[in-house]
Ligand binder design. Structure first.
Ligand SMILES: Cc1cc2nc3c(=O)[nH]c(=O)nc-3n(C[C@H](O)[C@H](O)[C@H](O)COP(=O)(O)OP(=O)(O)OC[C@H]3O[C@@H](n4cnc5c(N)ncnc54)[C@H](O)[C@@H]3O)c2cc1C
Length: 504
């Protein structure tokens, strides 16, 4: 098994016949921060297993987003000599101002994956929270644990070429700007450059996904809102405009938690398994099949879920959602988003039109004449721009190959068969969820989460068979509805008073 996985992880990161150069993402079926981090760990594990890296290997990591930083930590744990490049002025800069986006470790993968509010990594763990707040905490971890690396972190340095030199057996990395050497040789290069900027439409003011857009305020004032694009970005923004209580994304989690106990969860899971097969992988064929199922499920949900959604709708005019398919349901969009869109359409809060928003801006319907859209407030979520960061480093054919390989196999997001001892890194205790060191080390993050989410403090308990955190009752308000039984993999218990509240 180990050998097969090692080959798969390396295949998912390779463009043949490029040697010693590996690409972690950006493609996959459902790509998220957490899935990219897991891919980083799995790829480094595979590189080590395949003896592509060892103590002293000179490694360049290109891109200092969360995937890049996780790769750096993993390579350092394997005692490589690591150099980091990023074109931006700081690490984790791309999403640093996203105070309007709530990020969650597993929600995009629900119901296939459980709703887990925390990640479980040896480094750079985080919890469901506002994106910019998470970024701050992750940057703190970077600053306190990776200070020694400062001279080898090249910021404001754009990598312009990554080329394997067969004579020296090294990879040559060319860069411009910042403190990076114009050209440097490495034993290996790992590229983690992300999706980059999004596609734009002439005549529509760009609203980059991770930059504050004040949409919840604007949606209260603007009658005619148009969201173009039916990937997760478009679905989320249509929902943000349609709901008064979207709360940056917390509404999505709340609904999924309520659905988690119902038969609807199993039906969604089945639909997500069956439809791709019935549609033979075709987006066009899948859209009406999803529509039939999601319409039915959204009309038939438990009253509490119906109330959660209905009381949050507030618009007199529906939000217009535009997409290329007959219905706004793609194979890769998160099931919970599709479910919420189906409900908003049934409720008259979102109106769906098949077609495209094109330069002008014009609405170009599938059938019929073009309509001018200059009076509407338009949001374009058409996915990454054609020129992604990677397209500057590899040829179009190579990019296409990488995309196909990664969409096919890169979603193996279970941890590779590594042990906690595998990631031994100075300053980090081993990720052993019953060990005192690890429980204490994770405590500040767990305590912050408990206060932020539940308004309840937690303590640490070390009894023979009860090691973990204990949520205390001295918080504000009634006992929270859903409390997980673990944080970062560490057991979370309830003190007697809270436990009695639940028993009541
Ligand atoms: C529209 C959209 C919405 C998304 N929503 C979510 C969501 O809600 N939840 C979620 O979990 N995930 C979401 N994702 C996915 C998430 O953004 C990525 O999985 C995550 O950013 C991956 O991190 P990364 O480090 O691979 O890439 P990034 O965060 O993009 O980091 C890449 C880094 O590489 C640097 N770089 C690029 N090119 C070069 C170069 N040539 N030289 C030097 N440096 C370079 C960039 O400056 C950047 O810092 C979304 C993605 C998109 C496009």
């Amino acid at each position: 098994v180990s050998d097969t996985l090692q080959k798969l992880y390396l295949k998912a990161a390779t463009i043949e016949p490029r040697k010693k150069t590996y690409f972690i993402g950006p493609y996959g079926k459902r790509v998220s921060f957490a899935s990219q981090q897991q891919r980083a760990l799995n790829t480094v594990w595979a590189l080590h297993d395949a003896k592509e890296i060892k103590q002293g290997t000179r490694a360049a990591v290109i891109g200092a987003g969360l995937c890049g930083l996780t790769t750096v930590a993993a390579l350092l744990a394997k005692k490589c000599l690591v150099y980091v490049y990023d074109v931006l002025p700081d690490v984790l800069e791309f999403q640093a101002r996203a105070s309007h986006r709530f990020v969650h470790p597993t929600i995009n993968f629900w119901p296939e994956a459980a709703i887990r509010p925390t990640t479980q990594f040896p480094f750079f763990d985080w919890f469901e929270s506002i994106c910019s707040a998470n970024n701050l905490r992750l940057r703190e971890e970077w600053k306190s644990h990776f200070r020694d690396l400062t001279n080898r972190v090249y910021l404001e340095s754009e990598v312009t070429a990554v080329v394997y030199d067969p004579d020296s057996g090294k990879v040559k990395v060319s860069a411009t700007g910042g403190s990076a050497p114009p050209i440097a040789e490495y034993d290996i290069a790992i590229v983690a450059t992300g999706f980059g900027a999004e596609e734009t439409v002439t005549g529509v003011r760009p609203t980059p996904y991770w930059e504050p857009d004040f949409l919840s305020r604007k949606a209260q004032e603007i009658k005619d809102i148009v969201v173009s694009g039916t990937g997760d970005g478009g679905l989320v923004d249509a929902l943000r405009a349609a709901h008064s209580h979207f709360e940056d994304g917390r509404l999505v989690i709340k609904l999924a938690q309520h659905l988690d106990d119902t038969g609807i969860k199993e039906l969604i899971k089945k639909a997500e398994e069956d439809v791709p097969v019935r549609a033979g992988g075709s987006q066009e064929a899948a859209a009406p099949l999803f529509a039939e199922i999601y319409d039915q499920l959204a009309s038939d949900m438990p009253p509490i879920c119906e109330r959660i959604l209905t009381k949050s709708y507030y618009r007199a005019e529906p939000v217009t959602l535009i997409g290329p398919l007959s219905h706004p349901y793609t194979l890769n969009a998160a099931p919970i988003h599709k479910f919420m869109i189906a409900h908003a359409i049934i409720s008259g809060q979102i109106s769906y039109k098949q077609g495209r928003l094109v330069d002008g801006p014009w609405y170009d319907p599938k059938d019929g004449p073009r309509e001018e859209m200059t009076s509407a407030y338009c949001i374009v979520r058409h996915g990454p721009a054609l020129a992604t960061p990677l397209s500057k480093l590899v040829s179009p054919a190579e990019l296409d190959e990488l995309k196909q390989t990664q969409v096919r196999i890169a979603d193996l997001i279970d941890p590779a068969p590594y042990t906690s001892a595998f990631w031994a890194l100075r300053g980090y205790p081993r990720q052993e969820v019953t060990s005192r060191d690890f429980i204490q080390w994770r405590f500040p993050l767990a305590a912050t989460y408990s206060i932020e989410k539940y308004r309840r403090p937690i303590g640490v308990r070390f009894d023979n068979d009860e090691c973990g955190y204990v949520m205390r009752s001295d918080g504000v308000g009634p006992a929270p509805a859903f409390v997980p039984n673990e944080l970062f993999g560490i057991r979370l218990m309830l003190d007697e008073e809270i436990a009695n509240d639940y028993a009541d």
